[in-house]
Design a protein around this ligand. Structure first.
Ligand SMILES: Cc1cc2nc3c(=O)[nH]c(=O)nc-3n(C[C@H](O)[C@H](O)[C@H](O)COP(=O)(O)O)c2cc1C
Ligand code: SF4
Length: 510
């Protein structure tokens, strides 16, 4: 009997380790031989721990399972039971997805290279190896892949710039700092399918002529750090990394570096400083990292999901990937649904579904059962969307046109009890705490922003004009998007929910 209990951090936080122990103990007590696999997560967090059992008809799921449920599951022969969910692929949240980047996540044993190969792993690298570097870049360009870290910059164009840059050594840096609120796609991928990221980095190295890679991974992800370290060791021993990629290719090796924990160190130039052992302060551009990045050498900085999407593009072809999506947003996007929702988790689908469909239909509305008031899209620098804008389709240009941004595709849902003035204050406070301090509009502006919101909360509605002017200054005058985009949450809260800023309040914002 093969039983899968996720080893993913979210599943573990919900008791997966206890369930795994209970499965082993119960199997031993009954004398049943069980092969226990700690897979990644399928991404349906409200069903975790989601236990799967292999049957003749495929994998069938049970969830959410507590350790105390395990004896009854054995009694039922992992068949008819109140927690039975049927085949995983038939669960509506899962069935409606198009899983390209996350195809293996939750399906395989994350640290089994055999399992990885059995499910299409390394096909992209094998296709890339005989190609000329320019052909790989061309394939990625034609796929339409854009950076999933936030800015949506075309990945092929970035690689072309690095491939054409002169330098004795070039680098591939994976940005795994994942600081946006409500996001977890990078973590889920690294914990659930680490070889996909390694394969993507190796292909990037072949494409631009880089021989060394680093994953800059946030310290708050101990499980991902452990899995990635082990996966790199396995890949090195298997010859995927080393002096000759897969025995015949050029050299490429990589290592994992752990960041000390600062939101701004997710910004690529700040990340490079941190990686070089310096303070995580933003660098002025130019020079672009593509020309002078890590240690002054030409460097690709890409998000985990951008890199992990590359193998499937090489394996199935640019046109297959580009066949999904909307307008200039091609391929799939793993939307991370969080906050006050019934069904939180990761939903990968082609660009184009509307925000409303995601919130009302796929996420099932709020966990509290109250009406949705606002949805923040794109992390702490993203705008709050009111219900009137729920028909906005997921697409970079479409969100931009609606006064927002997709960012790393995290959505955080709030019900009608949310106080949008407090959310605006939080945005300014977050910026004040996380500011690297390099430029005045952000360093000073965010502090003045908190004070100004407090004045409004105390009844000084004349300060609303001042807040608007301050946001204009931060937007136009900041060196990077931390100061430059903080006005998005503040101004969207003010514009769409003015009553929260003008209604008499019993207390000043905390
Ligand atoms: C304040 C700030 C924080 C950021 N945090 C992240 C992050 O955690 N992860 C990420 O991939 N990109 C982050 N970015 C975007 C990066 O600067 C950069 O655009 C990205 O790593 C490039 O990779 P991509 O083209 O694959 O998206 C951040 C940007 C800013 C301004
Ligand atoms: S906007 Fe803020 S985080 Fe960005 S460079 Fe200026 S001070 Fe640093």
């Amino acid at each position: 009997m093969r039983i899968y209990v996720p080893g993913d951090a979210a599943a573990r936080a919900l008791g997966a380790d206890e369930v795994a122990h209970a499965v082993q103990a119960e199997a031993a007590r009954r004398g049943v031989t069980v092969t226990l696999i700690r897979n990644g997560t399928r991404g349906m967090v409200w069903l975790e721990p989601l236990v799967e059992v292999e049957t003749a008809a495929g994998r069938t799921a049970f969830g959410p399972v507590r350790a105390a449920d395990v004896p009854a599951l054995f009694d039922a022969g992992f068949g008819d039971h109140a927690l039975a969910l049927g085949p995983v692929e038939d669960i509506p949240f899962f069935a409606r997805q198009t899983r390209l980047t996350f195809a293996r996540c939750g399906l395989t044993d994350p640290l089994s290279l055999e399992d990885y190969r059995a499910h299409g792993g390394l096909e992209g690298l094998q296709a890339a190896l005989p190609m000329a570097p320019g052909e790989i870049v061309q394939t990625v360009t034609e796929s339409g892949l854009r950076g999933r870290g936030g800015a949506g910059f075309p990945t092929g164009l970035k690689w072309k710039t690095v491939s054409e840059a002169e330098g004795p050594r070039k680098y591939i840096i994976c940005n795994a700092d994942e600081g946006d609120s409500g996001t977890f796609a990078d973590r889920m991928l690294m914990e659930g399918d680490p070889f996909a990221l390694i394969e993507g980095m190796v292909i990037a190295g072949l494409a631009v002529g880089a021989t060394r890679g680093y994953v800059y991974l946030r310290s708050e992800y101990p499980d991902a750090i452990r899995v990635m370290h082990t996966a790199v060791d396995i890949a090195r021993r298997a010859g995927i990394l080393g002096a000759h990629v897969l025995g015949t290719g050029p050299a490429f090796d990589m290592e994992i570096r752990v960041g000390a924990g600062a939101y701004v160190c997710g910004e690529e130039t700040s990340l490079l400083n941190s990686l070089e052992g310096k303070r995580g302060v933003v660098r002025a551009k130019p020079p672009l990292p593509a020309h002078q990045g890590f240690l002054g050498r030409p460097t690709v900085v890409n998000n985990v999901i951008s890199l992990a999407s590359v193998p499937v593009i090489l394996a199935r072809g640019a046109q297959h990937y580009a066949g999904f999506g909307l307008g200039r947003s091609r391929g799939t996007i793993p939307v991370q649904i969080a906050g006050n929702v019934k069904h939180g988790g990761l939903f990968e689908a082609g660009f184009g579904m509307t925000l409303g469909a995601l919130v009302d239909d796929i996420a099932g509305g709020t966990a509290t059962g109250r009406p949705v008031k606002a949805v923040q899209v794109g992390g702490p620098l993203g705008a709050y969307f009111p219900r009137e804008k729920f028909d906005t389709p997921f697409g970079y240009e479409e969100f931009d046109g609606a006064g927002g941004l997709i960012g790393h595709a995290g959505i955080v849902v709030f019900d009608d009890q949310a106080d949008m003035l407090k959310q605006a204050r939080f945005a300014m406070e977050f910026c004040a705490i996380e500011s690297c301090g390099k430029c005045t509009p952000c360093r000073i502006g965010a502090v003045r922003g908190v004070e100004t919101v407090d004045r409004i909360a105390a009844g000084d509605t004349a300060a609303i004009g001042l807040l608007t002017e301050l946001c204009d200054t931060m937007r136009d005058g900041s060196l990077c998007a931390l100061g430059g985009f903080t006005p998005y949450p503040v101004m969207s809260a003010l514009t769409h929910f003015p009553e929260d800023f003008t209604a008499p309040r019993r207390e000043a914002a905390e």
